[in-house]
Design a protein around this ligand. Structure first.
Ligand code: ADP
Ligand code: MG
Length: 648
């Protein structure tokens, strides 16, 4: 039973106040069929919206089945709209993208948390549209659309149906059909309240109420009311949140996006590029670091590299002093005086123009001692390394790297051939093992010759450029470094003030630590760039979602009118933005995969997409979707049903 008393509704229009309802008091019994008539602007729709819980009066009381409506929360009202009331609009208000059966099922999304084809089909049959289940609204005539809307209003078995000029937009044949359906529903015990300005229709009702200027002018009972059992609702108005609904929202969100491909694509672009950038950069960083670490560890962490510092020591004759140089004698002294040294390799390095027949190649030439084989893990894969005797007699023998061999000899074995290095004939005696091209630095583009040969027959110098020192035990590294400096400072009579700088020692372990810490800094830098680009992507999504909310204001109004609660609308829009950003994220990950694959093929850099960076960017993009979708979704959920429905 509906009981309203003293209902007023006024609209403020600037300085004017329009009183749409002045003082309406009315009781409608269960099971009645009431027609409301009156001239345009007399307040009929305003009254219907208040009765249908789509709008609230300015003052007055409204009791629906004994419940005072003004005391109910917004969500409780939504549950009442969903379960007790069916509202039929003059403009049908169907959702254009959904087929008829889904439009009919829509209220079920909010009550049973799913669409139900079978239930919808039963109702469509009932209104004579059983064969049009899959038609979208624009494939149906006006009368057919209104019948779909009626079926929708019936899906939750309402006790009351409000119809605001349901036939106002229809031809007279459809009008008759719609009226027949409504009368049939009334005969089944549903209370029907209908607004019309057709006298013919008004005369079919049990009771005819005429309105004028926001007041009831006359109230006439034409057919006595059949005794209907009075209905008192004790139902709880609290609906629990249900996970199935979220899945349906994701499904619907996906379909909405698929319907707007270009826009969805563009709004995804920000996230896509952001995620692709993050994953690629992290892969690049990881790859580079892996490469460097591999290269370093192949040299062994017990390795020290010794060089003369850029220091001059006062000589006997020269005023300006002479530069300190490390000689082969120094190397021999170090080896004999410092027992913790396992192996020591004096090294001379320079460029060499190499020729074989008509082939030419410019490469690095290294002069080393025989211990190179152990210290740098370089047992030749073909032929042999040179001996200490060959070193002492400055023999013209060379062991060459893979790259040099390929450039000069192609697939042919180089061993036994004669090449010219800087115009000096050398006999190739071996092929170095492949070390791989790590970054731009090709470890195989080199020739190794005896250090004595390099010093005296190639580069014409009597000192070495650097010395590799391999320490037997890790624990001895620090003391060995001190001993190296001590012995050399003594031999070169370096003044105390310059002893610290006279020789430089690179410690591979330190170098590795430094590189990995710089790698971490790099990662942090990349991550912050990534965060910024994802932020920009998120703002893009928010932008599009805001547009989408504005564009679909009427849809939101309708969803609320048929029982969608705040949380339902919030979830719907949130699901949409999460779908956009997650798809964007996934596309970004695949783009990154493509780019790194191509990059590592073309540059030869090892690049690995780390699983954690993929997982991270996936969840981050979902997170972005939630954070940036929240504002538009909240905005949508807070729209007032009737205002949203009126939105143009
Ligand atoms: P009816 O349905 O009987 O034609 P309405 O209930 O729609 O009449 O309108 C009653 C009065 O209230 C009219 O004068 C109309 O201009 C005014 N009115 C209705 N809705 C609004 C609104 N949202 N803002 C301002 N005035 C309104
Ligand atoms: Mg109206």
């Amino acid at each position: 039973m509906i009981e309203i008393s003293g209902i007023k509704k006024s609209y403020k229009m600037g300085d004017n106040v329009v009183d749409a309802l002045r003082d309406v008091t009315l009781t409608i019994e269960d099971g009645d069929f009431v027609a409301i008539m009156g001239p345009s602007g007399s307040g009929k729709s305003t009254l219907m919206h208040i009765l249908g819980l789509l709008d609230v009066p300015t003052s007055g009381s409204y009791k629906l089945h004994g419940r005072e409506v003004s005391k109910l929360s917004e969500d409780e009202l939504a549950v009442l709209r969903r379960d007790e009331i069916g509202f039929i609009f003059q403009q049908f208000n169907l959702l254009p993208r959904m087929p008829a059966w889904q439009n009919v099922s829509l209220p079920l999304l909010y009550s049973e948390k799913k669409f139900d084809f079978d239930k919808a089909k039963v109702l469509l049959d009932k209104v004579g549209l059983g064969s049009r289940n899959d038609h979208k609204p624009n494939e149906l005539s006006g009368g057919q659309q209104q019948r779909v809307a009626i079926a929708r209003s019936l899906i939750n078995n309402p006790k009351i149906i409000f119809a605001d000029e349901p036939t106002g937009n229809l031809d007279s044949k459809s009008e008759k059909e719609i009226m027949a359906i409504l009368k049939d529903l009334n005969a089944q015990g549903i209370t029907v309240v209908i607004v019309t300005h057709e006298d013919e229709i008004g005369e079919q009702a049990n009771r005819l109420i005429r309105m004028r200027d926001g007041e009831i002018q006359s109230d006439e009972r034409r057919v006595p009311l059949k005794a209907a059992e009075s209905h008192k609702s004790e139902q709880s108005l609290h609906a629990k949140f249900h996970f199935g609904e979220v899945l349906e929202h994701f499904h619907q969100g996906w379909k909405t996006l698929a319907a707007n491909k270009v826009r969805s694509g563009l709004s995804m672009l920000g996230i896509l590029i952001g995620v692709a950038a993050v994953v690629t950069m992290l892969a690049l960083g990881h790859g580079a670091q892996d490469a460097i670490e591999k290269q370093l560890s192949s040299m062994g962490s017990n390795l020290l590299i010794l060089r003369a510092g850029n220091v001059r020591v006062a000589g006997v004759a020269q005023e300006s002093g002479v530069r300190i140089r490390i000689t082969t004698d120094d190397v021999a002294a170090l080896k004999s005086q410092i027992p913790s040294i396992k192996d020591i390799v004096p090294t001379v390095q320079g460029r060499g123009q190499v020729t074989y027949l008509n082939k030419n190649w410019n490469t690095t030439v290294m002069g080393v001692s025989t211990a190179f084989v152990q210290v740098r893990n370089s047992e030749p894969v073909l032929g042999r390394f040179f001996s200490e005797q060959e070193n002492q007699r400055r023999a013209l023998v060379a062991v060459i790297g893979k790259t040099v061999s390929r450039e000069l000899f192609g697939e042919k074995s180089p061993v036994g051939e004669t090449i010219k290095i800087n115009k000096v004939n050398f006999n190739v005696i071996g092929l170095l093992p492949e070390k791989g091209a790590q970054g731009p630095n090709d470890q195989d583009d080199r020739i190794v010759v005896p250090v004595q040969t390099a010093m005296f027959r190639l580069f014409g110098k009597n000192y070495v450029d650097s010395v590799d020192v391999e320490v037997g035990n890790k624990e001895d590294i620090d003391t060995t470094q001190d001993s190296l400096k001590e012995v050399l400072n003594k031999r070169h009579r370096v003044p105390i003030s310059q002893q610290d700088d006279a020789f430089q020692i690179f410690n591979m372990a330190d170098l590795q630590a430094a590189i990995s810490s710089s790698g971490q800094t790099m990662s942090m830098l990349l991550s912050s760039i990534a965060a910024i680009s994802l932020l920009v992507g998120g703002i893009g999504i928010m932008n599009i979602m805001l547009v989408s909310v504005t564009e679909r204001t009427r849809e939101i109004g309708l969803r609320k009118a048929i029982g969608g609660r705040k949380i339902d609308i919030l979830m719907q829009f949130l699901a949409e933005s999460v779908v956009v950003s997650v798809i964007g994220g996934l596309l970004g990950i695949s783009l990154a995969w493509g780019v790194t694959t191509i990059l590592s093929k073309t540059t030869g850099w090892p690049m690995a997409i780390a699983l954690d960076s993929v997982a991270l960017s996936f969840f981050f993009s979902a997170f972005i979707g939630i954070v940036f979708g929240l504002y538009p979704a909240k905005k949508a959920s807070e729209l007032h049903p009737i205002e949203a429905l009126r939105y143009e």
